[in-house]
Ligand binder design. Structure first.
Ligand code: NAD
Ligand code: MLT
Length: 310
């Protein structure tokens, strides 16, 4: 059996596959054409968010039985195309939940206290104490859109910071939200109430550009928007306008419509915008968790036909 790894994963995962007698090839940063060549004769493919598993790639994969996503989001995998060819798709949804939730809270605090801007200012030799007047999060309302695994940990952490949490999620059971101490409401209700809006849905046709001009207009003046879920859930052009006009006080993004994002992205020119390069899951702990989980799942499927998602 042979497994191809096309995005970086922790060594612990590679070792699990090799210890099971599975041949592992690591080929990172391949072009789509190189990927089409590399996939031939391969039984398992391990990816993160960079590799796109398209219908075209699936057509070229003559022996492929399983695609394993070392992480959560599957928006970079054409699942219907995999289904059509009998290729099983697995992810590791729990492994980076804490990391993504902690990163969200870090962004909320950093944007509230201008930490990135103040760091940059001091590194220019300045001491601009007055310029960086922040706001407390305690007593403010956090509106969470999508209160699944990550959204619910964000809610708990925010409650620990004395924030009130309201949420919109059409698929969650109201009693679960109630047990978390979170008030579930419709989307307009959340937009009208929240001082901070944090989105935690997957990227799907339904959530593509979910946060757009219409929604920004419905938010409180001076609201702060955070996205550590997926680029494309927020319309970046509309976000730029809302930040520039002052409708929104600030925004913090970890994920972008186009990744890697370059200075061509106008958001990066705004003083009231902070960002990180898709670091939500980039902790030692999360990377070990997802690498080990995906390797075990792929090993067990290829050797024993066992299907599971950790
Ligand atoms: P999850 O499936 O546990 O939760 C997602 C929630 O969104 C669900 O409760 C679902 O009902 C809700 N939802 C779906 N469509 C919705 C809609 N239209 N409106 C409101 N709610 C909706 O997933 P999760 O583990 O919490 O992860 C969420 C997303 O976070 C992933 O799909 C992934 O794209 C992203 N993620 C990003 C990073 C990162 O590095 N920045 C790390 C991990 C996950
Ligand atoms: C995920 O969906 O798990 C994230 O995008 C994390 C990642 O792989 O970087």
């Amino acid at each position: 059996m042979k497994v191809l790894v096309t995005d970086p994963i922790a060594n612990e995962g590679i070792e699990i596959l090799r210890d099971a007698g599975i041949e592992v090839e690591e080929k990172l940063g391949l072009s789509p054409e190189e990927l089409r060549q590399a996939i031939k004769g391969v039984h398992g493919l391990i990816i993160r968010s960079n590799t796109k598993v398209t219908a075209d790639l699936v057509e070229a994969a003559d022996e492929l039985k399983v695609v394993g996503r070392a992480g959560t989001g599957l928006d970079n995998v054409d699942i219907p195309a995999c289904n059509k060819h009998g290729i099983v798709v697995m992810n590791t949804p729990g492994g980076n939940t804490n990391s993504a939730a902690e990163h969200t809270i870090a962004m909320i605090l950093a944007v509230s206290r201008h930490i990135p801007q103040a760091t940059a200012s001091m590194k220019e030799g300045k001491w601009e104490k007055k310029k960086f007047l922040g706001q407390e999060v305690a007593g403010k309302t956090l509106g969470i859109i999508g209160i699944g695994r990550i959204g619910s940990i964000v809610a708990q952490l925010a409650q620990g910071l004395k924030m009130k949490v309201v949420a919109f999620d059409p698929h969650i059971r109201p009693d679960l939200a109630e047990r978390m101490g979170v008030e579930l409401m419709d989307l307009d209700g959340v937009l009208a109430r929240a001082d901070y809006i944090s989105v935690h849905t997957p990227l799907t046709p339904e959530t593509k550009w979910l946060l757009n001009k219409d929604l920004f207009d419905k938010m409180k003046d001076g609201a702060i928007v955070v996205n550590c879920a997926r680029g494309g859930i927020i319309n970046e052009e509309d976000l730029y306008e809302a930040l520039k006009s002052g409708k929104l006080k600030a925004a913090a993004l970890d994920v972008f419509e186009k990744e890697p994002t370059t200075l061509e992205n106008k958001l990066l020119s705004l003083e009231n915008f902070i960002c990180t390069p898709h670091l939500g899951a980039s902790t030692k702990e999360a990377q070990e968790n997802v690498a080990v989980a995906v390797a075990r799942q792929i090993r067990d499927y290829l050797l024993n036909g066992e299907v599971r998602n950790a």
